[in-house]
Design a protein around this ligand. Structure first.
Ligand SMILES: Cc1cc2nc3c(=O)[nH]c(=O)nc-3n(C[C@H](O)[C@H](O)[C@H](O)COP(=O)(O)OP(=O)(O)OC[C@H]3O[C@@H](n4cnc5c(N)ncnc54)[C@H](O)[C@@H]3O)c2cc1C
Length: 503
């Protein structure tokens, strides 16, 4: 296999694997494994898969395969391994970092047809699912027995469990209940050579390395999850949702810090600023108070505890300048309050032709300082930034608004959104809280981690995938080859001269 190709100006990732020529008969072999209708090769079919939720990166794959069983996934991956064909796993394609972006000469393996709930064990609070099961369908199936699946990304009505596992997805209620990783106990995985392994199990704390923990959040780079054992939890006795209106994000941010410092752990604390409220109201009409910043605080647990905590939270909000506090009075009111929050990204289209969703993390205490700096950078760039985020765990989602039709504005928006990530790092935070690194942020990895850190991660990757066939161009800033000598990374003289680059 060629290790280098000539430099081009293509979309990043588009050139990965481009030096590879497929042997004749490979498509026929895929058809014999998965069936005629499960191998897509026509341009109009392939275009559906050319991007994920991050639509400014697009690559048309060579083929899309839609297996329906573990045996089919294994057989497909074995062919890829034998022929050195890179592959990208895909769930629902809602990712926001380009994680499921295809490779020009690779295949997309869509898990969408592997969508069966395999086993429900109410007594132990466990559910085994295929990877294509939609997040919200897990709660749908266990709610009859008062259970729910806690990780609740705003995309939960469409995103898949396989995608949640790969991204270690979060959501509003992860503040109290933990991210996807807390709720994944076991995984069945097809490794990049086609071997089937089980990582973790139904019970907690197996001896040995926590390889299921390593796989969760690995963004499709270590293999394909074909079965996931999930933990589901009992619905709390009482839930109360408070809305607190503030003049601005500084006061709201101080209230968040004080709530946590008081020893209260709400199920969720979300913040929306004035622009986010405007967009969400235009789309959902949740009747939010018009204010500079809104906190949504959800408390759950035994009724007496929730009632006391609701009083405490209201009092902390008032001390920090809340101008209005409301408590949702019915399940319907609670649902509409959350609908407004969860629709906020999509609602941006109501106030701006284009926008970039960013995802960074900062220590909660740095909220006021960082929010001020974001607004300063936005005014400097003459752009608007809306903010809607998981304030309780400091996971920011600045939405940089722009108009692609105005020459230069897209570039300005991209530069601003990357500057915001640098700001997160400078404040002791991270370049992603839940959307992953994918294609979009791989160049930021070098800003966050030192070369030895990156090398260590790369060694883990090579242990699973020595040929680097599984989503090979994502996450790492420079695709290290597994044959590279350990030690300081040294550019090849051709790379140094700028005439060739690695793929
Ligand atoms: C409107 C909107 C709101 C969102 N809100 C949130 C939010 O609140 N929190 C949050 O965390 N995310 C959020 N997201 C991002 C996205 O929905 C999540 O990252 C989700 O987990 C992706 O799932 P998916 O099935 O769409 O995965 P895809 O986009 O198809 O894939 C994502 C990654 O997972 C890998 N992958 C998929 N399936 C497998 C598998 N079976 N085995 C191995 N790797 C696999 C892919 O290769 C890719 O790297 C939002 C997205 C949108 C569009």
């Amino acid at each position: 296999m060629n290790l280098f190709k000539k430099k081009s100006g293509q979309t990043p990732g588009a050139d990965a694997g481009a030096a590879l020529t497929w042997c004749p008969g490979i498509l026929e072999e895929f058809r014999s494994i998965a069936g005629e209708s499960s191998v897509l090769t026509e341009s109009e079919d392939l275009r559906t898969y050319e991007c994920d939720g991050l639509t400014n990166f697009r690559v048309v794959p060579r083929a899309v395969l839609l297996p329906t069983s573990v045996a089919q996934v294994q057989a497909i991956v074995r062919v890829c391994h034998r022929e050195r064909i890179p592959f990208v796993a895909r769930g629902s394609g809602t990712g926001l970092s380009g994680g499921a972006l295809p490779l020009t000469n690779g295949v997309v393996i869509s898990l969408a047809r592997m969508n069966r709930i395999l086993e429900i064990d109410f007594e132990n609070g466990r559910v085994a699912v295929e990877p294509g099961v939609i997040n919200l369908d897990v709660t749908g199936r266990v709610s009859t027995h008062d259970f729910f699946f806690a990780p609740d990304p705003s995309s939960q009505s469409v995103c898949s469990i396989g995608g949640n596992v790969a991204e270690n997805s979060g959501g509003a209620h992860c503040l109290k209940y933990g991210f996807t990783t807390t709720h994944v106990l076991g995984l069945e995985v097809v490794l990049p050579d086609g071997t089937l392994v089980n990582l973790g199990r139904k019970t907690l704390d197996a001896p040995g390395y926590d390889l299921a923990g390593v796989f969760v959040g690995s963004e499709g780079t270590l293999g394909i999850a074909t079965k996931v054992i999930l933990r589901v939890v009992k619905r709390p006795e009482c839930i109360q949702t408070l809305l607190a209106a503030f003049g601005g994000t500084n006061d709201a941010g101080s209230a968040v810090s004080e709530i946590i410092a008081a020893g209260i752990l709400p199920a969720a604390i979300e913040m929306m600023d004035a622009l986010a409220i405007e967009a969400s109201e235009a789309a959902v009409h949740a009747n939010y108070p018009r204010c500079g910043a809104l906190l949504l605080v959800e408390l759950d647990g035994p009724t007496p505890e929730v009632e006391v905590q609701a009083e405490e939270v209201s009092s902390i909000c008032r001390t920090n300048g809340a101008t209005e506090i409301r408590i949702a009075q019915s399940v319907e009111e609670r649902v509409i309050v959350w609908k407004g929050r969860k629709a906020a990204f999509a609602a941006m289209g109501r106030i701006s032709p284009n926008y970039i969703v960013q995802d960074g993390v900062i220590p909660r205490t740095a909220l006021p300082k960082v929010m001020e700096e974001i607004q300063r950078l936005a005014s400097e760039a003459a752009l608007r930034v809306a903010n809607v985020f998981h304030a309780g765990d400091g996971n920011l989602h600045p939405l940089v608004l722009y108009d692609r039709r105005v020459p230069g504005q897209e570039q300005l928006a991209e530069a601003l959104s990357l500057r915001i990530l640098e700001l997160c790092i400078e404040n002791g935070g991270s370049i992603t809280g839940e959307h992953g690194v994918g294609e979009e942020k791989k160049l930021m990895m070098g800003k966050m981690f030192s070369e030895p850190d990156l090398q260590t991660m790369q060694r883990v990757r090579c242990a699973f995938d020595p040929l680097q066939l599984s989503n090979p161009t994502k996450v790492f800033p420079r695709p290290r080859l597994c044959g590279d000598k350990p030690g300081e990374f040294v550019l090849h003289p051709l790379e140094e001269a700028g005439v060739a680059e690695r793929f």
